[in-house]
Design a protein around this ligand. Structure first.
Ligand code: CA
Ligand code: CA
Ligand code: CA
Ligand code: CA
Ligand code: CA
Length: 414
């Protein structure tokens, strides 16, 4: 239908002659909207068939709005298009990001990043700091949507505080895009890393905490009936040695944790999953990682497809694995200088979202901590997902259909 809209002036030329220049523009638009997308879909199709949202034009009253960007040059360098304001603390301070997707206007989405010496920064998608919460030594941050609190669902943010071995809990006010403190709770280990999980089986919410000793605790969090959080320890296990970065897959029900000197371990994310595990990848010979293994993130695509991403601090690189099966290795990339933004080195925490965050990141967003910011304290770099996708041949999947706010479980039960 939209494409017919564009073709219409060509088909009715006798009564409404189209000026050659205008025809040229129409054909140009047609090429941009139809031919290029087709190329994108075909090439992405080599990786998977879930990429049909690539470059689909949005037509309103016969005119395309927010025309899709042409695909980046294949094999091009991965560069950031935005960076956040520096964190307040000097030295090694910025650590781990989260991405919050606004419920109605994607342009109002947020990047939340920790300053592990002093608190939590909240940034818009251009990197401007909107809020800073001087709430302690918050090292890792994560969030989940639709947490039932009081009489309404809230978007819940949690961050582990290394100073007090507590988990700080916030809700996000979508009206003014600020974080509001909800509660905090103590855990039984010395907190190093933390991440969240929402079970697709029963909708329960959990916080995982990790420690320098390699211990992991899984805490179920729920409404305590008094506008606060009830936290109950539901599982504990030992990874072996210092572990920080972690991520849970809300669809496939796996929990991945980075044992910094060793590699990435995969456990079940449900509280009854025990301590059965498998090694996804390792440092040293035979592996694609160089210690420390830091942040982990999941790129959600349809049908259980997508990627697991890892931050390989020792090599200034990011490693991509298939989200399915035994998480086979896919590719490695680095973020080089470009667009007036310095390169990313010594990278720590990461996050990725496949959601269309128009207009700046219409095909998804990757965020990485940068250890050496050229113009101030440490900060976070923002990279459009399609630049990462097209840096390899065939390109990685671009699939913007996953809605983390949806409670629909999209995978068939095993
Ligand atoms: Ca995080
Ligand atoms: Ca670390
Ligand atoms: Ca870290
Ligand atoms: Ca840098
Ligand atoms: Ca910079």
């Amino acid at each position: 239908m939209p494409i017919l809209d564009l073709l219409e002036p060509l088909a009715h030329s006798p009564k409404r002659p189209v000026k050659p220049s205008r025809l040229f523009v129409r054909v140009g638009v047609l090429l941009a909207l139809v031919i290029l997308p087709a190329v994108g879909i075909l090439s992405a199709g080599a990786v998977g068939d879930q990429s049909t949202t690539l470059y689909l034009p949005i037509i309103v009253n016969g005119e395309p709005v927010s025309p899709p960007p042409p695909p980046p040059p294949p094999g091009g360098p991965v560069v950031a298009t935005a960076e956040t304001d520096p964190v307040p603390s000097s030295g090694d301070a910025a650590d781990d990001p989260a991405i919050w997707i606004h419920p109605t206007d994607p342009a109002l989405s947020l990047v939340i990043g920790t300053d592990k010496d002093s608190g939590l920064g909240v940034y818009d998608l251009s990197g401007n700091e909107l809020q800073f919460l001087p709430d302690g030594e918050l090292n890792n941050v994560d969030l989940r949507y639709g947490f039932p609190l009081g009489d309404q669902p809230v978007d819940l943010v949690t961050a582990g505080d290394r100073a007090s071995d507590t988990v700080a809990v916030y809700s996000i006010n979508p009206q003014n895009r600020t974080l509001e403190s909800v509660d905090s709770f103590s855990v039984g280990i010395g907190i190093y890393g933390s991440c969240m999980y929402r079970s697709p089986l029963d909708g329960r919410y959990f916080v995982f905490v990790t420690s320098e000793g390699g211990e992991v605790e899984q805490w179920q969090v729920s409404d305590n009936g008094a506008s606060g959080i009830a936290a109950n320890l539901v599982r504990a296990f030992d990874v072996g040695s210092q572990s920080e970065g972690c991520v849970a897959d809300d669809e496939t029900r796996y929990f991945y944790v980075a044992e910094e000197a060793e590699g990435i371990w995969k456990y079940g994310a449900e509280p009854g999953a025990g301590s059965v595990r498998s090694l996804v990848d390792s440092t040293g010979s035979g592996g694609h990682l160089e210690a420390d293994v830091e942040g982990l993130a999941i790129y959600y695509a349809s049908g259980g497809e997508g990627y697991l991403l890892a931050s390989s601090q020792g090599s200034d690189e990011f490693v991509v694995y298939d989200r399915q099966g035994d998480n086979p290795y896919v590719m490695t990339f680095e973020i080089v200088a470009g667009n007036g933004i310095d390169q990313v080195t010594g990278t720590d925490g990461i996050e990725v979202s496949s959601a269309p965050l128009d207009p700046l990141f219409p095909q998804g967003l990757f965020v990485a901590q940068d250890t050496n910011n050229d113009d101030g304290n440490q900060n976070f770099k923002l990279v459009p997902w399609e630049i990462i996708s097209y840096s390899v041949t065939p390109p990685l999947l671009i699939d913007t259909t996953y809605d983390p706010r949806s409670e629909e479980y999209r995978l068939p039960p095993e």
